[in-house]
Each structure stands twice: as C-alpha cells, then as structure tokens.
Design a protein around this ligand. Structure first.
Ligand code: SF4
Ligand code: SF4
Length: 158
C-alpha cells in the first residue's frame, strides 16, 4: 500500500540521516582523526603520504649527470606508451661508440602513476616525484623531456 511504503521511506531517510550525523558528531570530538586537507589554505604545511606519486622525473647531480643508460626497460615496462627513449651514440675518450640517451620523453598526460617504469629501471635513473599541480592550458606542456639539456651519464653507471 502506498501510505505504508511512504512511511517506511520517511523512517529509512531519518535513520540514514541519523547515521550520517552520528559520524559528523564523532569527528567534532575526535579532531586528531580528521584526515581532510584544507588545500590550498594549508599549502605551506601540506604533508603528502610517502606513497603519493605525482610524476616520473630523472634526478641529475650538481654536474648535470644522470644514471640513465638508455636501456629502454622503462619504455618496455610502461603499459600505455607514456615513455619514449630516444638513443644516440657517444664516442668515448678511447674512441669507442657508446649508447646514450638523446631524449627520454615522458607524456605526463598519459601516465597512470603505476610505478612499473621505476621498478623496471636497472640503474635507478628515474623516480617518482610528489609534484601534483599539473594543470596547464596547453596539453603539449605535459609532454616533458626528463633528461636536462647537455646532461650526460654519471661515471661508473653501465
Ligand atoms: S608510472 Fe606507469 S604509466 Fe607512468 S610512465 Fe611509468 S610505467 Fe608508464
Ligand atoms: S630510465 Fe632506466 S630503464 Fe629507462 S632507459 Fe634509462 S636506464 Fe633504462
């Protein structure tokens, strides 16, 4: 009967409201358990969880050197073609040809932050950074070159 169903619905809604209000009341008295971030008001004090992943980057040292050998393992590991390794051949002081990266291109707009490329890299050349404000007006700005201009591989990394 319509009226019975109507009354049941009203009681169901009131019960549901009471459950929500009880949870709200709980947080009024348990401030330390609130995990909501008041971003961007707390920008200066924001602490991200260790596991948060924002983008793939390639660290360089103070001599503009990185650890990438151009092995392409990251490119092969990426499930959606986010990374493209463009290689070249450098000439060593002994006159031998040695493979090196020309560009390591990263399409941030395609990246799912799955971390597979980082795990695949045998020389720890790439890491996940915790940067997260990636909004841009031009999509092309999300395509990045991870190696710095003029950079080279660190001595001893093979
Ligand atoms: S994190 Fe995943 S999706 Fe992003 S570049 Fe690495 S392997 Fe590809
Ligand atoms: S970043 Fe690592 S896995 Fe990718 S090409 Fe360089 S050395 Fe190989």
């Amino acid at each position: 009967m319509f009226i019975v169903k109507y009354i049941k619905d009203v009681f169901g809604a009131l019960r549901s409201l009471a459950v929500g209000m009880r949870r709200t009341g709980y947080y009024f008295t348990h401030h330390k358990e609130i995990i909501t971030e008041q971003y961007p008001d707390n920008k200066d004090t924001l602490v991200l969880a260790d596991r948060f992943k924002g983008e793939v980057v390639m660290p360089h040292d103070e001599n503009n050197e990185h650890r990438c050998t151009g092995c392409t393992a990251c490119e092969l590991a990426c499930p959606n073609g986010t990374i493209k390794v463009v290689t070249k051949f450098d000439i060593t002081p002994e006159g031998k040809k040695k493979k090196a990266i020309d560009k390591l291109v990263y399409h941030l707009e395609l990246c799912t932050m799955c971390n597979l490329c980082i795990i695949a890299c045998p020389s720890d050349a790439i890491v996940m950074a915790q940067t997260f404000e990636h909004s841009v007006f031009d999509r092309a700005e999300l395509t990045k070159m991870l190696n710095n201009p003029g950079s080279k591989i660190m001595e001893g990394v093979e």
